[in-house]
Design a protein around this ligand. Structure first.
Ligand code: PNS
Length: 190
């Protein structure tokens, strides 16, 4: 049987446990899996491309057939350039289906030889998305168990300075009262 190289494209802002689960599943069935991080997927991503590359490289270091790269432009063009014949995407719930179907069919129109394969992450991650993780973290909520520990620490590093700045402002200049980030998983000062 033909050995298949696959591309798993996405924004990964930030990588979640759901992404990692899918990468691990993909690595078992494809000869090679390239995780392609889209450059400039949003105007102002929370994590820079370098940070996302770094986090994903650390998280997948144990998977020898997984490579982490960045791309820009059309995903199908990038897939061709790395000789990937398959695109891997995750479907968590029915709500993902419509968008994913539309994207898969558009990609097929652009490049008929490229097949999209859908896999489901573990059901315990079916509600986890990068957008919700960012939202919870930015509002000071705990993200333990939703993202790998290295990502959790990075999130806290990004968010804590904002709270520190808020704490240090004179009372009468504070615009509103944010909830402090959860102490759980938060590095305490020595
Ligand atoms: O993690 P995301 O944001 O759901 O990933 C979306 C992504 C990066 C796979 C998609 O936006 C993409 O492929 N963008 C590259 C530009 C492109 O080819 N667009 C046409 C898609 S039909």
């Amino acid at each position: 049987m033909t050995k298949v190289s696959a591309l798993y494209p996405g924004s990964f802002d930030p990588p979640t446990n759901g992404h990692l689960d899918l990468i691990e599943r993909g690595a078992k069935i494809f000869e090679e899996l390239v995780v392609g991080i889209l450059r400039n997927s949003e105007k102002s991503p929370m994590f820079s491309l370098a940070e996302r590359l770094d986090m994903l490289k650390t998280l997948t270091a144990h998977l020898k057939n997984v490579r982490i790269e960045a791309f820009h432009g059309l995903m199908v063009e990038y897939a061709k350039s790395i000789d990937a014949t398959c695109v891997l995407r995750g479907i968590r719930a029915v709500s993902d289906y419509e968008y994913e179907l539309q994207m898969a069919l558009m990609n097929r129109k652009l490049e008929p030889t490229l097949e999209t394969v859908f896999m489901m992450p573990a059901d315990k991650y079916s509600y986890v998305s990068s957008r919700l993780v960012r939202e919870v973290a930015q509002a000071g909520g705990p993200v333990k168990g939703l993202v790998p520990e290295v990502v959790e620490q990075k999130l806290l590093q990004k968010i804590e300075p904002a709270y520190k700045f808020y704490d240090e402002r004179p009372e009468d200049t504070k615009p509103q009262a944010p909830r402090a980030p959860s102490r759980k998983g938060r590095k305490t000062k020595a």
